[in-house]
Design a protein around this ligand. Structure first.
Ligand SMILES: C[S@@+](CC[C@H](N)C(=O)[O-])C[C@H]1O[C@@H](n2cnc3c(N)ncnc32)[C@H](O)[C@@H]1O
Length: 359
């Protein structure tokens, strides 16, 4: 007699199990806006300033009383601090909380990144991001910002809303301070042999003030829109000039453009660079343009810095309809604007590179 065939066990279809690390990656990305707002909360409560003023590790209850928050909210503050400690913004020991070099940036005079945090979390402007997919689907040239704000560009918005404009200028100035320290420490030779320099889109003059103080023989001018230079720092060490960089740029040996070209599309950048070339050539003294901006992926092996560049690129896409550029994209606009040659210096300034353009 033949043995009975074994009965086949029929298993129900088991759905594939997601890898936990993939799930966590999506959850973290999805919730990462809460990190932004935890940082904003730390800025609003001036947690860095309080820990600095305490002068030694600060226990939770001392931090809470210094704000002050009601005692029943201490544990909430502890939960906020737990996230910020986990992210390396503060450190915690049994004795209490201490600053890290990152949280020092939130309270050091002149480089306080707090204005940047408040700018990025501005409630009104923040609302554009939920509509990013809409603008991607349109064939229109207008930016996401213009779509959401009825055709208004960010510069007009900043002019009409003085509080936002002031915050924008403060945020640029604080970032500028850190970048300028790095620039002058890494590449002081860039300013050799120059008699005068115009910082185009120079905001309220933070960068030129820095340059003029380190190189007192170099006469510097901050050039920006008239309502922006009207708020410029009062200083004997540099001049200010109001105008439109698409119309005319004051003549100089060197034109400095920091964090400006990434606000504009390729056509506008070519127009600005042509005006810069005219300004140097009309000065009849050789000269060059010095650009400080991101060059995506250029001599940079740090994935975190690449991520920062790519995040800035999306910010530019939404706010201005512009972009951060890679080496080839910089080459294309520089050559189109009629420059003879250029040199890119490797990243030494956070995510920023320096490009010298020779007419
Ligand atoms: C992103 S901010 C950079 C400010 C500064 N260079 C820095 O690095 O902190 C760009 C600057 O360009 C200025 N700007 C915009 N349109 C301009 C124009 N048509 N002519 C001159 N400046 C302009 C803005 O007012 C703003 O100060």
């Amino acid at each position: 007699m033949r043995a009975a065939a074994p009965r086949l066990l029929v298993h129900p279809q088991v759905p594939s199990v997601p890898r936990q690390m993939d799930l966590t990656r999506i959850q973290n990305l999805n919730l990462s806006y809460l990190s932004t707002f935890a940082l904003r909360c730390a800025v609003d409560l001036d947690i860095s300033g309080r820990i600095q003023a305490y002068g030694r590790p600060m226990p939770l209850n001392e931090l809470a009383r210094s704000i002050p928050i009601p005692p029943e909210k201490d544990s909430m503050l502890g939960r906020l601090m737990a996230l910020l400690v986990n992210q390396g913004i503060f450190v915690q020991s049994e004795a209490g909380y201490q600053l890290t070099p990152a949280s020092e940036l939130l309270q050091t005079e002149g480089t306080n990144m707090g204005a940047n945090v408040r700018l990025v979390t501005d409630e009104e402007v923040l609302k554009i991001w939920g509509r990013l997919s809409e603008v991607l689907k349109e064939s229109s040239e207008r930016s996401l910002f213009e779509k959401v704000f009825d055709g208004k560009k960010l510069w007009e918005f900043a002019k009409e809303k003085p509080e936002y404009g002031k915050l924008f200028d403060e945020a640029m100035a604080s970032q500028s301070n850190s970048v300028m320290r790095g620039l002058i420490a890494s590449y002081p030779h860039i300013f050799d042999g120059l008699n005068n320099l115009v910082d185009v889109g120079g905001g309220t003059g933070t960068a030129v003030k820095f340059i003029a103080e380190v190189f007192p023989r170099l006469r510097c001018t901050a050039f920006d829109l008239p309502h922006v230079v009207a708020k410029a720092l009062k200083s004997e060490s540099f001049d200010v000039a109001g105008g439109d960089m698409f119309e005319m740029i004051p003549p100089a040996d060197a034109i400095f453009l920091k964090n400006v070209l990434h606000d504009w599309n390729d056509e506008d950048c070519v127009r600005i660079l042509k005006r810069c070339k005219e300004a140097i050539e009309s000065n009849n003294n050789g000269g060059k343009v010095i650009v400080v901006d991101i060059v995506i992926g250029f001599e940079c092996n740090d994935p975190k810095a690449t991520e920062t560049s790519l995040l800035f690129d999306i910010a530019m896409m939404g706010l201005f309809g512009s972009k951060e550029r890679n080496k080839q994209e910089w080459h294309d606009i520089i050559i189109r604007a009629g420059y003879f040659d250029y040199k890119i210096y490797p990243v030494q300034l956070g995510v920023y590179s320096v490009i010298e353009l020779y007419p």
